[in-house]
Design a protein around this ligand. Structure first.
Ligand code: DQA
Length: 145
């Protein structure tokens, strides 16, 4: 199985960005943990981060026929981007949405996800572990399908 891991805007600053909210790990360190888990599970992962909505949409569209699943942290676009939601709906690739922070404990504008209703599921609040739980969940969902 092959998975695409997508990181949305400002996640390139992890480690320096609001560490009290998002933790001290950098994006490279998070990606390394994901890659290690993927190797344990025997699947392949590729990573992409962008601050631009259109680039994330292009990446989702290019995933068609290339990946079995998508692990995505759309970051702030979670709460605003109909276009990213439409891209995920268009390709129909099963995806799990993850967030480092517990968005439901935060400002009310973070309580709405435009993408989660299309997801296999959503995991939030566990820092880097959200990605690892998400990958495991996506993997077993696809294996048991
Ligand atoms: C986030 C939560 C979003 O509300 C926020 O805009 C982010 C990161 C998270 O991983 O906790 O950029 O997706």
């Amino acid at each position: 199985m092959k998975f695409l891991v997508l990181h949305g805007p400002n996640l390139n600053l992890l480690g320096r960005r609001e560490p009290g909210v998002y933790g001290i790990l950098t994006l490279a360190e998070i990606n390394l943990s994901i890659a290690q888990l993927a190797a344990e599970l025997g699947c392949a992962v590729e990573f992409f981060q962008s601050n631009a909505e259109g680039d994330l949409i292009d990446a989702i569209q290019s995933a068609l026929d290339e990946y079995d699943g998508i692990l995505i942290n759309p970051a702030a676009y979670t709460h605003t981007s109909i276009a990213i939601r439409d891209a995920l709906a268009s390709v129909g690739i099963p995806f799990v949405e993850v967030h480092l922070s517990n968005v439901y404990k935060r400002e009310s504008f973070r309580h709405v996800s435009l993408t989660a209703p299309l997801a296999v599921g959503q995991i939030c609040g566990f820092g880097c572990e959200s990605y690892l739980l998400g990958l495991r969940a996506l993997f077993s969902h696809l294996k048991n399908r």
